[in-house]
Design a protein. Structure first.
Length: 126
């Protein structure tokens, strides 16, 4: 089962995403409100996948992605945001994320694709 770390500063969004991912059969093993807390969790838990908000207090998800990947090189990172700007997709890829998915496009179908043990075709994701 794919283990997942959720990194978002909004507890309500973390709860909703946790429920969605669990429904899709993923194992949410931890949640963090920012990159420093996520670094501690990644180091100790070595999740398969991290879903990280772009806009976080302190260290952004884009700045934090290489830091998290340095702690778990095989971990897949998906960046997400309420904003849809194309520059976020480019920045996400440049930071080492597998994909950028706007928050309003995170649904059960996307969650089921994230369940794959190999990275899905990024063109198949929104």
């Amino acid at each position: 089962m794919t283990s997942v770390l959720i990194v978002d500063d909004q507890p309500a969004f973390r709860r909703q995403l946790h429920a969605l991912l669990t429904c899709a059969g993923l194992d949410v093993i931890a949640e963090a409100g920012g990159i420093p807390a996520a670094e501690v969790l990644v180091k100790s838990l070595q999740p398969d996948l991290a879903i990280v908000d772009v806009i976080l207090p302190g260290v952004s998800g884009i700045e934090g992605t290489p830091r998290l990947k340095a702690l778990a090189p095989n971990m897949r990172v998906i960046l997400t945001s309420a904003y849809h700007e194309q520059v976020l997709r480019v920045s996400a890829r440049d930071a080492g994320a597998e994909a950028f998915i706007p928050k309003d496009e995170l649904d059960l179908n996307v969650a089921l694709k994230l369940k794959e043990t190999t990275p899905p075709d990024s063109n198949a994701l929104p």
